[in-house]
Design a protein around this ligand. Structure first.
Ligand code: NIG
Ligand code: FE
Length: 416
């Protein structure tokens, strides 16, 4: 039997109440200074103060005991927004941006997302899988135990399905739990540059039905941005997707305040992501509509833009999640510890709010709260051992990972 007891742990975890945590609740974290977690076959069966938990357990019920040495233990990170399925890095573009060329200008010149599209179309499924798996395993070592991965560098029916098959394979061939999002509306591909509405029709009439028929994605996302997809086009795509069983997500108000967050509220989208330019009125509208705001501070960092107003969003009652946005253009990082630090030091979240944002709220943003996001009984035993006294170490010890061990369903990931 695979029954494990984690003891002598300083546990910090949110408690799942069935909905994302917002307002004052966003900062609610339970702390058990001398805590223990008992699990069977990778699932949490009990959690509490060590002394109390041991009184509920007979020694014969424990096969393996892990002494956490008094270290801080938190739930595994849920990275709820990534584009980590791609074929090539874009270092030359990074240099252009350092020289002052704007991100959307690079895309207008046929680079950016479109250069990743050319590389993905030219790659075999195995090549794509090799690159993606390497990033996914690196994310796992940095503490991510559940990850969302978007398609969106294929932009034709076959190449989008190829990406989604690779994403599915990552879930099967790594310890990570993987959630796939269809992002066929990530950019208008070059062959449709003069007829963008025809591309929207292709997404609606061919891609969404194919993705839905294969059951290969759970969500549908759109890059709603000036010069990319309009609010009306985004609405048409997301409404069709919802009818086909793909829940709506939206890249909203990243570079311009185009109205993507208002659309998220109107559609009661599961989440709205980026939100660097979202207005206060739209933030409140999203809060009323039950949308989760997924903030991606590593993108603002890399684009040298003003950060999303995380503090104000929490005060307005919007449940906030944080994610890496891992992609070869605007945020080439798979590190949740880095994003955690940015959200505390640049978006002014408290450490507890950042913990909620990177675990339980993120799990709700990708429909995984049944399995992940908190150390609650019945959830997977995904837990991280930190080299520190509290989760503050994630922001305090900058530029390195204080994650010394990752347990995915109670199995260690790092070699010891
Ligand atoms: O979330 N905004 C659109 N998509 C990505 C960037 C993708 C890319 O540049 O390859 C983002 O920032
Ligand atoms: Fe993104």
């Amino acid at each position: 039997m695979n029954r494990k007891l984690f003891r002598n742990a300083s546990i910090f975890t949110p408690v799942d109440r069935g909905t994302p945590l917002s307002g004052k609740d966003q900062g609610k974290v339970v702390c058990l200074p001398k805590g223990a977690v008992y699990c069977r076959c990778g699932v949490i069966e009990d959690i509490g103060e060590e002394r109390e938990l041991l009184s509920r357990l007979s020694p014969s019920q424990v096969d393996v005991e892990i002494d956490c040495g008094g270290r801080c233990v938190i739930p595994g990170f849920v990275d709820s927004h990534t584009h980590m399925c791609f074929a090539k890095r874009r270092e030359e573009e990074f240099n252009l941006r350092l020289d002052g060329v704007e991100y959307l200008e690079i895309l207008r010149r046929g680079g950016g997302i479109l250069s990743s599209v050319r590389a993905v179309r030219a790659s075999s499924e195995d090549e794509l899988h090799t690159v993606t798996k390497q990033l996914a395993l690196s994310a796992l070592r940095l503490g991510t135990t559940t990850v969302e991965i978007k398609s969106g560098y294929g932009l034709d029916v076959e190449s989008e399905l190829k990406m989604l098959r690779v994403i599915r394979r990552i879930g099967r061939e790594t310890p990570l739990d993987v959630v796939a999002t269809f992002l066929g509306a990530h950019a208008v591909p070059e062959e449709f540059s003069t007829t963008p509405d025809d591309y929207v029709n292709l997404v609606i009439q061919e891609m969404i039905p194919a993705v839905s028929a294969q059951g290969i994605a759970r969500f549908c996302d759109v890059f709603c941005e000036k010069g990319i997809f309009t609010v009306d086009q985004s609405r048409r795509i997301l409404e069709t997707a919802r009818t086909a069983g793909l829940a709506p997500k939206i890249h909203a108000d990243e570079v311009h305040d185009l109205g993507g967050s208002a659309l998220a509220a109107e559609l009661k989208a599961v989440s709205a992501e980026h939100l660097l330019r979202a207005s206060d009125a739209n933030i409140r509208a999203m809060a009323r509509a039950g949308v989760v705001g997924v903030l991606l501070p590593a993108t603002a960092y890399s684009l040298k833009k003003a950060y999303a107003p995380g503090r104000r969003m929490i005060e307005s009652g919007l449940p906030v999640a944080i994610a890496t946005d891992c992609n070869p253009g605007t945020s080439y990082t798979e590190s949740m510890p880095f994003v955690f630090g940015l959200s505390v030091l640049q978006m002014h979240l408290s450490v507890s709010e950042a913990l909620v944002a990177s675990t339980i709220n993120a799990a709700h943003a990708i429909g995984m709260s049944e399995y992940a996001g908190s150390l609650d009984v019945g959830k997977k035993a995904d837990l991280l051992l930190l080299d520190g006294d509290s989760p503050a170490i994630l922001a305090y010890h900058a530029g390195v990972s204080p994650v010394v061990q990752v347990y995915k369903q109670a199995e260690p990931v790092h070699e010891t």
